[in-house]
Design a protein around this ligand. Structure first.
Ligand code: SF4
Ligand code: MSK
Length: 646
């Protein structure tokens, strides 16, 4: 294959550029090469008007020209686009919620005393979760409370309830919006199964009705499955507190056994962190000639470990192949989600062992070490031992570590943010009311090779903080900002005068790392707390969301639950909906009158920043707060990262 030689267009990150150059030298295929091989990608699929939901198809309809206007069954472009979007949301919501259930199963086993390597780290949070559900906590052994809480949370997945328990956190006005629309999320599994049922041939053919249920399905993720994952991970592994760490491929060490923890679920990776400190294993590593055992994170498993344990972060989504290309990685331990099947192919060019760990996520070419909570610590040790053995096969001539790590601060759980504010959201409310901080934006989601890696995240974030807008980040957006040096307390210097003063007085960065992608539930909780403090609905607040480089179905679900919760959201990558004018109109306009928020699509982060600023100032005006007239806000003339984006 003729490899691309335009790595400057692929990424703004120096470590990535160097490794892409190595891939070209050594003729190793990467995600960018495979994207180019796929081009031109199917226009019908890109517009969302292809359907293979039954064996009378596959069908594709032509919403504009001479081609067929309906599928074999008679489905129109509107129906097909809405069905495809609904199925994508169900897949994303299922991924988050199945992750949540896996955590819950381990938590339930812990409560029964059947695990090894796990403990209740935040008993206060466990009790608070129990009290939210009316479970008695006084004078009871913590294991009993945990058992009752686990039973109550299993019920959240079922079919017999009218509403999820976490909805008690939602402002009453928002709950009423959902009740009137009939989209109050009930059981998590129920909404997802119903979404698949409705999109079967010959069930729900009304695009608007399909999309309403898609919102309901996404809400069962944000206020259900994802929230369970976040809250129980905090209980078992600790509620994050601010922590200083490092990021980029420079976190790999030439003198150490390097093990990367990749995927999304912290259950096994957390015990691997414990195992890597085992004196016997450290001794083994030294005997093999290494200075020690160095763990690094990739993607959201990395974010989980960074948030709670300060484990350094090797990179985000598009770095997974490139981390192997350093020649310094002994093992890549994968759980699930966002792990490219290609990693086992790239690993064949080096000494790296790819170790899969979940029976539901197997990778041909990987070694499988099965996760079992009853043998957590033993499994963790076995994996570390394999990494040490692989170190003996390392070829030092092949090691090329391309960067010096950049410091970054993480660990901003809702509890940590409120703690920094003195225990209540009031100081943040006051700062927003005065205009010192204009508003807050959650920038979330992935990397996508269709966009220069990190460009969307970094440029949008920079523009917002310059304009006194506090930015909360999760997932790959957080890692991108970390690599760009925008996540240290010193980065307050990059912010506008108001935000800078607040950050300096609190010793925090202007860009707060809130966690992994299930931890977008923390952003919902914080938004609800702000709305409750002001006695308004979430859609009245000067807030916005953005997913500048999203790629996954999970991101579609996140975007949907953020909008359904009342927060305007800007996407940097076009979703496959443009084959239906009606669907586009509903999502980009009509939803505003229904849930008080809508989507926009804007690939240029400079223009996205202007859109978001206008929105925030309009919300400020509606609340009677000092504001800049939105019509005076335009995209910046000069571009910070224009060179990389060209
Ligand atoms: Fe074609 Fe209808 Fe079957 Fe889809 S459901 S593949 S549009 S016949
Ligand atoms: S989803 S944010 S690619 S890891 Fe967590 Fe995956 Fe990154 Fe999206």
């Amino acid at each position: 294959m003729n490899r691309t030689n335009s790595n400057g267009k692929h990424t703004i990150a120096g470590d990535a550029r160097e490794m892409i150059a190595r891939a070209q030298e050594e003729n190793i295929a990467t995600v960018w090469d495979r994207l180019r091989e796929q081009e031109p990608q199917c226009g019908y699929c890109a517009m969302g008007v292809s359907c293979r939901n039954c064996a009378m198809g596959p069908c594709r309809v032509d919403p504009f020209g001479e081609g067929p206007r309906k599928g074999v069954c008679g489905a129109t472009a509107d129906t097909i686009v809405a069905r495809n979007l609904g199925r994508a949301i169900a897949a994303g919501a299922s991924a988050h919620s199945d992750h949540g259930r896996d955590i819950l199963e381990t938590f339930a086993a812990l409560a029964e005393g059947k695990t090894s390597g796990y403990r209740i780290t935040d008993a206060e949070k466990l009790k608070a979760l129990a009290r939210e559900r009316g479970i008695a906590t006084d004078s009871r052994p913590i294991e009993d409370v945990a058992r009752d809480l686990a039973a109550a949370l299993f019920e959240e997945f079922g079919t017999r309830k009218e509403s999820l328990d976490f909805l008690a956190r939602v402002p009453a006005k928002r709950r009423e919006v959902w009740r009137k629309l009939g989209i109050t999320p009930r059981g998590i599994d129920r909404e997802n199964v119903e979404m698949l049922h409705r999109t079967h041939m010959g069930v729900d053919n009304d695009y608007a009705n399909i999309l309403l249920h898609a919102l309901r399905t996404s809400l069962s993720d944000g206020w259900g499955g994802s929230m369970i994952a976040t809250e129980l991970s905090d209980v078992m592994f600790g509620t994050p507190k601010p922590v200083l760490s490092r990021v980029n491929l420079g976190t790999l060490r030439a003198d150490s056994v390097n093990i990367a923890l990749h995927g999304h679920n912290p259950m096994l990776s957390d015990v691997i962190v414990q195992a890597a400190q085992d004196p016997e294993l450290v001794r083994m590593a030294k005997e093999a000639g290494a200075a020690g055992i160095n763990l690094v994170g990739l993607c959201c498993t990395g974010n989980e470990l960074l948030m709670r344990r300060g484990v350094p972060m090797a990179g985000n989504h598009l770095m997974q192949e490139l981390a192997i290309m350093t020649g310094a990685l002994e093992a890549m331990v994968v759980d699930y989600q966002c792990i490219m099947p290609s990693v086992t192919e790239v690993a064949k060019c080096f000494h790296t062992q790819v170790i899969s760990t979940f029976d539901k996520a197997r990778f041909p070419g990987a070694i499988h070490v099965r996760f079992d909570p009853e043998r957590g610590i033993e499994t963790g040790k076995e994996i570390v031992r394999r990494g040490i053995e692989a170190f003996r096969n390392r070829n030092p001539q092949r090691v090329r570590i391309p960067a010096v790590p950049v410091p970054m601060m993480a660990g901003f759980s809702v509890e940590a943010i409120l703690g920094a504010l003195g225990g209540t959201p009031q100081p943040l409310v006051d700062a927003i009311a005065k205009g010192t901080i204009r508003g807050a934006v959650g920038i979330v989601g992935c990397n996508n090779p269709k966009i220069p890696q990190d460009y969307g995240h970094v440029a949008l974030t920079r523009r917002l903080i310059e304009n006194d807008i506090l930015v909360l980040v999760t997932g790959c957006a957080a890692v991108a900002n970390g690599k760009a040096g925008q996540m240290t307390p010193e980065a307050a210097e990059m912010a506008g005068p108001g935000l800078k003063a607040v950050c300096k007085s609190l010793g925090i960065p202007p860009v707060l790392h809130v966690g992994s992608c299930v931890d977008n539930s923390r952003i919902l909780v914080l938004a609800a707390a702000l709305a409750n403090a002001l006695g308004v609905d979430i859609d009245q607040l000067p807030l916005a969301g953005a997913a500048p480089e999203w790629y996954s179905e999970k991101a579609v679900s996140i975007g949907a639950y953020v909008v359904a919760s009342g927060i305007f959201t800007v996407l940097g990558v076009e979703p496959p909906i443009f084959g239906s004018k009606k669907v586009v109109e509903l999502l980009a306009s009509g939803l505003e009158g229904v849930v008080g928020a809508k989507f926009a699509v804007e690939p240029d982060p400079e223009k996205a920043a202007a859109l978001i600023r206008k929105h925030i100032e309009a919300k400020r005006a509606a609340l009677g707060l000092p504001h800049i007239p939105p019509e005076t806000i335009h995209a910046a003339e000069t571009r910070l990262y224009a060179e990389a984006a060209d």
